[in-house]
Design a protein around this ligand. Structure first.
Ligand SMILES: Nc1ncnc2c1ncn2[C@@H]1O[C@H](COP(=O)(O)OP(=O)(O)OP(=O)(O)O)[C@@H](O)[C@H]1O
Length: 576
C-alpha cells in the first residue's frame, strides 16, 4: 500500500458505510458552519449601520438574529468536532483491525519481531501509537481541507465584487508562496516525527522489558544496567525531540508570520479602491458597513488560506506517522507474497489411516536471514510415525528447537522435502509446547483452553480434575478461590514458579488430548516423579510424543532417540 492508497483506504474505506456517512455528515456540518460564520461576520457591519441610524426596532431584531446565530454556530462547531473525533475513532478502529488481520496471520508477527526485527522497528508502536496519531491529525485536517475550496471560491468572489481583482489575486499569490515554503518545512519536520516515533517505541520497549523481566533483573542486580539503558534511550529520544521541536520552531515562526501578515492583507486590499475614490459617494453609515463587510470577506479569505497553512503542524505529524504505517503495509505485503506462502501450503490431508505423520527427506535448515548462512541441519532423513515416540537430543544450541520450528513451518527448510501427512496447524490434533512457555493474562480456563475460545462450552469439572492431578490445587485453585472462570487480571507467567508454569502448560495437553504432541524441554523443571506421572498419563492417552530434552529420564517414555551430533551428523538409537 502506498501513501495515496492509504488515504483512499481511510477516506473511502470499502464497504464501511459508517465512515462514508460520517465523512459526508462532516462535510455538510463544515459547510453549515461556514454559512453560520458568514452570517456572523455580517453582524458587526449590520450593527454599525443600525446604530448609526439609531434604529431601535432594527436593533432588537438584529440582536435576536445574532443570538440565534451564536447558538447555531456553537452547536455546529461542537457537532463538527464531535463528528471529526468519531471519524478519527472509526478510522483508527478500521485501520488497526486491518493491520491486525495482516499482522496476526501467517505468523507475520513472528517474522516481524524475531526474524526481520531489523527491517521494522517497533511494530507494536506503529500499530498502537502511530495509527492513533495519524488518524487524530487527519481528523483535524480533513474538515478544514474539504470546505476550503468552497470558501475560497465564495469569499474570493465576494472580495472581487467589493474591491475588484486586487483582493483575491493578492491573497492567492500570498497563499501560493507560503505553501511552497511550507511544503519544504513540513517534509523536514515529518522526517523528525518519524524518528521520534521510532525512539518512542524503543523507549517503551525498554520499559516493557523491565516490567516483564522484573524478577530476573532483581536477581541479577541489574538495576544499574537497566538504569543506564533506560536513561540512554531516554537521552536519544530527548535529543530527537529537541531536533524535532527546533525544526518545528522554524515551521511555527513561518506559520505565525503568515497568520499575522494575513491580518493586514485585508486592509491593504481595501485601501486600493478606497484611495482610488470608489467609495466617495457613500454615507458614513454605509461606508462603515462596507468597510466592515469588506474587511470580513478579505480577512476570511486570507484566513481560509492561513488556516490551511496553520495545518502545517498537523500535516507534518500526519506525514511522519503515515509513512511509518505505509512502510509497515509494504513490508506486510512483501512478506505475504514471498516466504509466507509456504505456511499457507500446510493443508495436509488428515489421513486417519496413515501410520506416518511426517516424512522428512534430506531436510536442510539454516537460520533465516543469517549472514553468513548458518547451517543447522543438513540432509536429515526421518519419519515420524504414529505411536513411535521420538526423543531429540544433542548439545545446547545444536538445532533441536529449530527442527521443531521447521516442522511447524515457523522456519522454512532451505532444502530437502517434508511430507506432512497430518496438518500441523490442526490444533485439535497436534500440539506444540515451545521451550519458552506461553501464558496469558486472564482466567485459569483461558490458560488451559488456549488457543481456543474460552467462551465455548468448557468442561469445568474436567479442568479441576486435571489441576488436581497436576497438584496445582494448592497453588492455583486456592489462590483463585476455585473460580477458574473469572479473569483475575494476573500475568500468570510472573506469578507462578517455573515448575507450576510447566504443569499449567501440560494441563493444556490433558485437556485438549491431541494425538501428536511436540514438547521442547516441557518437563525440565519438574521433579522426576511428577515428570513420570505426567508422561505416563500421556502414554495411556496414546499421544505420540516428539520431545526435545537433555534428561535421561525422558528415555523411558520414548521409542527412538535422534541424537544431533553436529549439523550433518545424526544418530538414531532404539530405546527400550
Ligand atoms: N531467531 C534466531 N535468530 C538467529 N539465530 C537463532 C535464532 N533462534 C535460534 N538461533 C540459533 O540457532 C541455533 C540452534 O538453536 P536451537 O534453539 O535450535 O538450539 P537447541 O538445540 O534447541 O538448544 P537448547 O538445547 O539450548 O535449547 C543456535 O545457535 C541459536 O543461536
Amino acid at each position: 500500500m502506498n501513501f495515496k492508497e492509504l488515504l483512499k483506504f481511510m477516506i473511502l474505506i470499502h464497504g464501511n458505510h459508517l465512515v462514508r456517512i460520517l465523512f459526508i455528515f462532516l462535510l455538510l456540518l463544515a459547510i453549515a458552519n461556514e454559512i453560520a460564520i458568514y452570517n456572523i461576520g455580517l453582524i458587526t457591519g449590520d450593527y454599525y449601520k443600525i446604530m448609526n441610524n439609531k434604529d431601535r426596532n432594527g436593533f432588537f431584531k438584529q440582536t435576536m438574529k445574532s443570538i440565534g446565530l451564536i447558538i447555531g454556530i456553537a452547536l455546529l462547531k461542537a457537532l463538527k468536532e464531535y463528528v471529526g473525533s468519531y471519524l478519527y475513532i472509526e478510522w483508527r478502529r478500521h485501520l488497526t483491525t486491518n493491520l491486525h488481520q495482516k499482522y496476526l496471520q501467517n505468523m507475520l508477527y513472528y517474522h516481524a519481531n524475531v526474524i526481520n526485527s531489523n527491517a521494522n522497528d517497533n511494530v507494536d508502536q506503529r500499530i498502537t501509537q502511530d495509527i492513533d496519531k495519524m488518524t487524530n491529525n487527519l481528523s483535524y485536517i480533513v474538515p478544514e481541507v474539504i470546505v476550503s475550496p468552497f470558501i475560497i471560491i465564495f469569499y474570493g468572489y465576494k472580495c472581487y465584487d467589493l474591491n475588484g481583482f486586487v483582493g483575491p489575486i493578492g491573497c492567492l499569490v500570498f497563499f501560493l508562496i507560503s505553501t511552497l515554503i511550507n511544503r519544504f518545512l513540513i517534509l523536514n519536520v515529518s522526517k523528525w516525527v518519524y524518528k521520534q516515533e521510532q525512539c518512542e517505541g524503543d523507549f517503551r520497549a525498554q520499559h516493557f522489558h523491565i516490567r516483564h523481566k522484573a524478577e530476573a533483573i532483581a536477581f541479577l542486580n541489574g538495576d544499574n544496567i537497566e538504569l543506564t539503558k533506560s536513561n540512554s534511550l531516554l537521552t536519544t529520544l530527548i535529543n530527537v525531540q529537541r531536533r524535532f521541536i527546533t525544526h518545528q520552531l522554524i515551521l511555527k515562526v513561518f506559520v505565525y508570520l503568515c497568520d499575522y501578515f494575513g491580518s493586514i492583507m485585508s486592509f491593504i486590499a481595501l485601501s486600493v479602491p478606497l484611495f482610488a475614490g470608489a467609495y466617495d459617494n457613500l454615507t458614513p453609515a454605509d461606508l462603515s458597513q462596507l468597510i466592515s463587510q469588506n474587511v470580513f470577506f478579505t480577512m476570511y479569505l486570507i484566513n481560509c488560506f492561513t488556516r490551511l497553512i496553520d495545518l502545517a503542524n498537523y500535516f507534518s505529524i500526519f506525514f511522519g506517522t503515515a509513512n511509518r504505517i505505509v512502510d509497515l503495509y509494504r513490508w506486510f505485503g512483501h512478506h505475504n507474497e514471498s516466504q509466507l506462502t509456504i505456511v499457507s501450503n500446510d493443508d495436509a490431508p488428515n489421513d486417519k489411516s496413515s501410520q506416518i505423520y511426517m516424512d522428512c527427506t534430506d531436510l536442510c535448515v539454516n537460520v533465516p536471514q543469517s549472514k553468513p548462512i548458518k547451517m543447522i541441519i543438513q540432509n536429515l532423513t526421518l519419519q515420524l510415525r504414529k505411536g513411535q515416540n521420538l526423543l531429540i537430543t544433542g548439545p545446547s544450541g545444536i538445532g533441536k528447537s529449530s527442527l521443531l520450528r521447521t516442522w511447524k513451518q515457523i522456519w522454512s527448510n532451505c532444502g530437502g522435502h517434508i511430507d506432512r501427512k497430518i496438518s500441523l496447524n490442526d490444533t485439535t490434533k497436534v500440539m506444540f509446547l515451545p521451550q519458552k512457555p506461553l501464558l496469558t493474562v486472564g482466567s485459569i480456563v483461558e490458560q488451559i483452553t488456549y488457543p481456543f475460545d474460552s467462551e465455548k462450552s468448557i468442561d469445568i469439572p474436567a479442568i479441576i480434575e486435571i489441576l488436581q492431578f497436576l497438584e496445582l490445587d494448592k497453588s492455583i485453585l486456592e489462590r483463585v478461590n476455585n473460580d477458574i472462570v473469572s479473569d483475575q487480571r494476573i500475568n500468570w507467567i510472573d506469578h507462578l514458579s517455573v515448575g507450576e508454569v510447566q504443569r499449567l502448560i501440560l494441563a493444556r495437553v490433558l485437556y485438549h488430548r491431541p494425538i501428536l504432541l511436540f514438547m521442547d524441554e516441557s518437563t525440565s523443571a519438574l521433579p522426576l516423579e511428577m515428570e513420570e506421572k505426567i508422561l505416563r498419563r500421556f502414554q495411556q492417552m496414546q499421544i505420540t510424543m516428539i520431545s526435545c530434552g537433555h534428561r535421561d529420564s525422558l528415555k523411558a517414555f520414548h521409542h527412538i532417540e535422534l541424537n544431533i551430533e553436529s549439523f550433518d551428523r545424526f544418530v538414531l538409537n532404539k530405546l527400550n
